[in-house]
Ligand binder design. Structure first.
Ligand SMILES: *[C@@H]1O[C@H](CO)[C@@H](O)[C@H](O)[C@H]1NC(C)=O
Ligand SMILES: *[C@@H]1O[C@H](CO)[C@@H](O)[C@H](O)[C@H]1NC(C)=O
Ligand SMILES: *[C@@H]1O[C@H](CO)[C@@H](O)[C@H](O)[C@H]1NC(C)=O
Ligand SMILES: *[C@@H]1O[C@H](CO)[C@@H](O)[C@H](O)[C@H]1NC(C)=O
Ligand SMILES: *[C@@H]1O[C@H](CO)[C@@H](O)[C@H](O)[C@H]1NC(C)=O
Length: 461
């Protein structure tokens, strides 16, 4: 009996003093999966990468609150993407490939990818993110009681699993056992969910599809001919068309999906040359920009609810929002607490692009659809790669001074040009930041009503 208690006691002690836990980070190996010339041109299908090295705030500042908005980690393709890719692969098999061509492997390629679910690689991205969240801000958790992060997610399994893997990474990095309550899941299909963009019924994919297709039809034709030359030429005799622009895009996207699923560089990547990849990035950038970003009149409005919740958190005032905030949730301290030093929310690329646009980040007035705009700030792989994240830090600089904010996207400090008095370190006073968010505080200039003007199909996330 005594021996058992001593054993138990030593286990507890061992646990309490384990301050340097083993964390098996995988992010460090992600860059070796694909060269940057490919990985950084995969738009929202890019494996997570930090855009720069994290720069801590100036030493006179103390971080007092952290708000994390994170995309789920790498997943299998959606049903639509999967169907399209399989159609292209079947077509190529049917036509036949030239041996020794970069398409030769397709003759024996067996489809074995799942649909939509979080991958092990994606779980690891989320786990790493949780570990980093602790390691970066340990002082927020120096006293134990109640100071655990508040974690919320949409209810789709890939988001839930991302959130729970994040929590695990956070806990293991801390070397302590925080007791997280059950994850607060917000049903995807419920209206007024600030983490999901299916609320704005009048917003369709039409604008995004028209613009990205215009780009593809002007820019991918040569590539389609180049790849067609790798197919059996005798098939052409029948007068059947060879590869289309859409086939090229499907093959390029397969490079992304097959690589993260198998955790090694896919042969689909070797079909292409370095100079081809920026075209894919731009095509995918247009899709997001005109989907729920600045290019869609009903894009940024969908991010207003989250921004208003964020302002509530930062200022400690109740949420004031007439768009997609669910008031049942935000008026209850159990589902909308104000006493935590860290809040983490798991969401989708289309919703996060709406939110960064509502805030004013990565602003481009519009993007041309015939040629690549190489001066653009809107690069989706740098905004919403898998496990991409926006972190809003609240800080006090110079003891007793005013509250400030700093915004980081994938570790890159945002210049917040829209925030009056912002410093070179990206610090802006909270008061000026709130002032700068008039699009959100005004309810999105009345755009929310337009979401309900004509009932129409909503987005895929
Ligand atoms: C990402 O962060 C790591 C660790 O701080 C750093 O070594 C690496 O250079 C960063 N990546 C880029 C592209 O700056
Ligand atoms: C992490 O994600 C994986 C893959 O989705 C899932 O199987 C696993 O249950 C998750 N682990 C935790 C601790 O949530
Ligand atoms: C608000 O959230 C609650 C709790 O999840 C849910 O029961 C309710 O249906 C939501 N309301 C709306 C309008 O979505
Ligand atoms: C994340 O979601 C929760 C639940 O609604 C909300 O309380 C919190 O404010 C959100 N985080 C931020 C930064 O808005
Ligand atoms: C959800 O949004 C609609 C449309 O603006 C609004 O009428 C409704 O009151 C909101 N519901 C909740 C629970 O916030």
């Amino acid at each position: 009996m005594a021996a058992v208690s001593i054993l138990l006691y030593s286990i507890l002690i061992a646990h309490a003093v384990a301050v340097v836990p083993q964390i098996n980070f995988r992010l460090d190996t992600a860059p070796t999966l694909l060269p940057p010339s490919i990985a950084r041109n995969l738009g929202p299908y890019a494996p997570y990468f930090n855009a720069t090295t994290y720069v801590p705030p100036p030493s006179s500042c103390v971080v007092t609150q952290v708000n994390i908005l994170e995309r789920h980690g790498a997943r299998y393709p959606t049903q639509g993407t999967s169907d399209d890719a399989q159609a292209t692969i079947s077509k190529i098999k049917k036509i036949g490939v030239k041996v020794d061509s970069p398409l030769a492997f397709i003759a024996s390629y067996e489809w074995d990818l799942g649909v939509e679910d979080l991958l092990n690689f994606g779980a690891q991205e989320s786990y790493d993110a949780g570990a980093i969240a602790y390691q970066r801000y340990p002082s927020l958790f120096s006293t134990f009681s109640g100071q655990i992060p508040f974690v919320r997610s949409t209810s789709l399994p890939r988001c839930v699993n991302s959130a729970t893997n994040w929590t695990k990474g956070f806990e293991e990095a801390s070397g302590r056992s925080f007791t997280f309550p059950p994850l607060l899941q917000i049903p995807k299909k419920d209206y007024n969910n600030t983490l999901d963009n299916e609320n704005c019924l009048a917003c369709t994919d039409d604008i995004a599809i028209a613009n990205r297709d215009e780009f593809a039809n002007h820019n991918f034709v040569n590539l389609a001919s180049r790849l067609s030359a790798f197919l059996d030429p005798s098939y052409l005799m029948g007068g059947t068309r060879m590869l289309e622009v859409t086939d090229v895009i499907n093959l390029m996207e397969m490079c992304a999906f097959d690589t993260v699923a198998k955790e090694k560089k896919s042969p689909f990547c070797d079909i292409f040359e370095d100079g081809d990849w920026p075209m894919l990035e731009y095509y995918l950038d247009l899709n997001k920009f005109y989907g729920s970003g600045y290019g869609n009149p009903l894009g940024p409005i969908q991010g207003v609810g989250y921004i208003n919740e964020l302002l509530a958190r930062l200022t400690g005032n109740p949420v004031k929002d007439d768009t997609n905030t669910n008031r049942t949730l935000t008026s209850d301290p159990k589902t909308f607490p104000f006493d935590r030093p860290m809040y983490a929310n798991f969401s989708h690329d289309n919703q996060i692009t709406a939110i960064v646009s509502a805030m004013g980040l990565f602003h481009d007035a519009d993007l041309p659809t015939r040629t690549i705009d190489r001066e653009r700030t809107w690069v989706s792989s740098a905004i919403i790669p898998f496990a991409g994240r926006m972190v809003v830090e609240r800080l006090t600089c110079d003891a007793g001074g005013e509250a400030n904010v700093r915004v980081l996207v994938n570790d890159a400090v945002q210049s917040l040009d829209f925030c009056e008095g912002v410093t070179e370190d990206g610090l802006c006073t909270l008061a000026a930041f709130v002032e700068s968010q008039s699009f959100a505080t005004s309810g999105g200039d009345g755009n929310w009503d337009a979401c309900f003007a004509t009932p129409a199909k909503s987005h895929q996330t």
